[in-house]
Design a protein around this ligand. Sequence first.
Ligand code: NAP
Length: 272
Amino acid sequence: MTHDTLAFIGGGNMARSLIGGLVARGRPAASIHVAEPQEALRQALAGDFGVQVHATASDAARDAGTWVLSVKPQVMRSVCAELAALAARSKPLVVSIAAGVTTARIDQWLGGGQAVVRTMPNTPSLLGAGATGLYANPRVTAAGRELAGSLMSAVSLAAWIPDEAQMDAVTAVSGSGPAYVFLLAEAMQAAGVAQGLDADTARDLANQTLLGAARMLVETGEDAATLRKRVTSPGGTTQAAIESFEANGLRRLVHDAVAAAARRGRELSEGS
Ligand SMILES: NC(=O)c1ccc[n+]([C@@H]2O[C@H](COP(=O)([O-])OP(=O)(O)OC[C@H]3O[C@@H](n4cnc5c(N)ncnc54)[C@H](OP(=O)(O)O)[C@@H]3O)[C@@H](O)[C@H]2O)c1
């Protein structure tokens, strides 16, 4: 067994983004095993990325030193129960990506004494442009932190958090965050069509604008408010739009949406 071999338990949307990002950045596909019950998803993962696929968690995890638990929170308990005997024998580094499931729960469900890193990645990891929060339980050694950090750093910005309770905020900002941007893209596209653009033109202009604005946020070192002000000519078109956003409570809407996501994360923790 080696920590160089990774087992993804669950081969759905987020695992696919991580696997695609890792393989594109040079991780050998042969070093990645994936357990996924759905035959079609298994075949797609094997066909697209060349990874080793299995129908059961224990088959995927058997020879892997690092397990990435990437099933839905609601099935995490039963997946851990399936893996508990193997975990007791092989003491893997366990990396969970599940929203709202604490390291204490995972450790308990795996039988206790396990090194568990809880992470919250996001789907842009597929393109090496993800953002991930990480938290390690006390069993994780410096080498384990290094391993988990380098795994996520290969495909994303990796930010360690000191307090596991902050993971619900990470989830609400960056884990779920791509969906907020996609919703904004949908709304900008529809608004462009409403103003007379054809759908393709509205889509291309909106999408490229989001890409360009996101690159400016990350690459110029300027803060968002400064960049916004540079677009906003006094008495001009942007000012008219920004005043409409402010008057309609955009900041409050975003505040409440992020709070709702964080609350849901806490509910998932309490329910598990
Ligand atoms: N999607 C995101 O953007 C995102 C971002 C960060 C974190 N996450 C976290 O990542 C986890 C997965 O989310 P997702 O969106 O990728 O969900 P998903 O697409 O439903 O993927 C989960 C996969 O795990 C499979 N599965 C169920 N039981 C299994 C078992 N015993 N062994 C192996 N695989 C099993 C599911 O199959 P069935 O459908 O047949 O049950 C499904 O294909 C969640 O905990 C979520 O909180 C997701």
